[in-house]
Design a binder for this molecule. Structure first.
Ligand code: AMP
Length: 177
């Protein structure tokens, strides 16, 4: 068996692409990490380390890169996977939550039957920036009666203070900038 993956190895596999998708943004590209079988599996191990299989009912992943990590974490934890998507993408009845972007607003949605009241939820996204997206996703889960045990991120941009928007549950990230 290969040695345990470290946060430093994960950080080394994340590529920073300057000025994408617009000038001034340092885009954190996770595709080199995903392409490496050992590092991808190791990232999932680290994201789920706090929990034993059966201790989580649903892993909620955020559109779109959050799906990749949340779906893999769900199978590892023997939990269901629930998508939170951008407005207009989910086919069944939804509830929606607006949040502020740097310029304008965005809306995320969840199926009304996706979370049973009292469900133990792990929320996962690839990256925590201002926290607007994950706070909106957390609000949807809580509106459906889900109990968020933790919000986990591969990457956290600390200087944007996204954690301040996420209260009432622990927030964890593997790599911080
Ligand atoms: P925020 O709502 O500001 O916390 O933004 C988080 C969402 O935007 C996540 O779903 C990320 O995938 C994406 N995102 C924000 N900033 C970056 C970045 N610098 N590189 C890659 N993705 C980003």
């Amino acid at each position: 068996m290969s040695a345990k993956v470290t946060a430093a190895e994960i950080e080394a596999a994340i590529r920073t692409v300057p000025d994408f998708p617009k000038p001034g943004i340092q885009f954190k590209d996770i595709t080199p990490l995903l392409a490496d079988a050992r590092l991808f599996a190791g990232a999932i191990d680290l994201l789920t380390a706090q929990f034993s299989p059966g201790s989580i009912d649903a892993v909620v992943g955020i559109d779109a890169r959050g799906f990749i990590f949340a779906a893999a974490a769900a199978t590892k934890l023997n939990a269901g996977f629930v998508p939170v998507r951008k407005r207009g993408k989910l086919p069944f009845t939804t509830i929606e939550q607006d949040y502020a972007l740097e310029y304008g607003n965005a809306t995320v949605a969840i199926h009304t039957d996706a979370i049973r009241p009292g469900s133990r939820v792990l929320l996962i996204d690839d990256l925590l920036a201002t926290g607007g997206t994950s706070a909106a996703a957390a609000a949807l889960v809580q509106k459906l009666g889900g109990k968020i045990l933790e919000a986990s991120f591969l990457i956290e941009l600390k200087f944007l203070n996204g954690r301040e928007k996420l209260s009432g549950f622990p927030v964890r990230s593997l790599v911080a900038y």
